[in-house]
Ligand binder design. Structure first.
Ligand code: CA2
Length: 144
């Protein structure tokens, strides 16, 4: 059975509790439940993980090799800073969809730079929580 990792980075555990005007009212729990329901419809498996720590995210990407068939990654602010995450993604040779709730290209200039984009299969941003379902569909289309 196809297995996908839904990986969320720093501060995304706060979703729905602060800055709803930017990130919406949906909590990370809601998003993970939506991903699980979508996976059930598609007859695939998803595992969800969130960490505020760069090293833990890198460990999760390494561990995904041989365990999962692809990754949906919202690396949060590490997107704009982390060469280490970029190297981890390149090293595992798994398809990764870069995901953002907000349209990072319509925000501050420092959010326009992504270290993930060059090693990702593609990027989905600006569709809020619905982006996770779109990312799962995009990965499944790629894998089929
Ligand atoms: O739009 C996205 O999904 C981001 O990855 C979210 C990151 C931001 O640094 C990226 O540029 C774009 C920030 C996540 C912070 O989430 C919070 C949620 C609620 C309250 C405060 C922060």
């Amino acid at each position: 059975m196809t297995s996908l990792l839904i990986l969320n980075g720093p501060n995304l555990n706060l979703l729905g509790t602060r800055q709803p005007e930017v990130y919406g009212k949906t909590t990370l729990n809601d998003i993970e439940a939506m991903c699980a329901a979508h996976a059930q419809r598609l007859n695939i498996r998803v595992s969800c993980l969130q960490s505020n720590h760069e090293g833990a995210l890198i460990d999760a990407i390494h561990a995904a090799k041989g365990t999962h068939d692809g990754i949906v990654l919202n690396a949060g602010a590490f997107t704009h800073t982390s060469i280490a995450l970029m190297d981890a993604i390149a090293s595992v040779e798994l398809p990764v969809i870069e995901l953002h709730l907000s349209n990072i290209h319509a925000r501050e200039a420092f959010r326009h730079k992504s270290y993930i984009a060059p090693v990702a299969l593609g990027q989905i941003c600006g569709f809020g929580a619905a982006g996770y379902g779109l990312a799962i569909d995009a990965l499944m289309a790629h894998l089929s």
